[in-house]
Design a binder for this molecule. Sequence first.
Ligand code: ZN
Ligand code: ZN
Length: 85
Amino acid sequence: MSASLRGEIRRCAFCGAEVTVLARRCGVFAPVCCDRPMLTLERRAEFWFCPVCSSELAAVAPRPVSAFQPVCCDRPMVREIASAP
Ligand SMILES: [Zn+2]
Ligand SMILES: [Zn+2]
């Protein structure tokens, strides 16, 4: 269950601030900004990991036709499949 929220993006409708869930644990997560609950966006962060050292990064605002290809340990990083359990 906790994995499903990984990469979720919440936005404050008042000031436009955005936050991304990187690692959710078992608590009840309900971010608040400007005294009101933040809204959940359709958009999700994309996660990439290094097959060599297991470093992780999150692309918070990925574009649909992006040529983004991070490299770590001299190897291309691998995109984590969002729908994987
Ligand atoms: Zn706000
Ligand atoms: Zn690495």
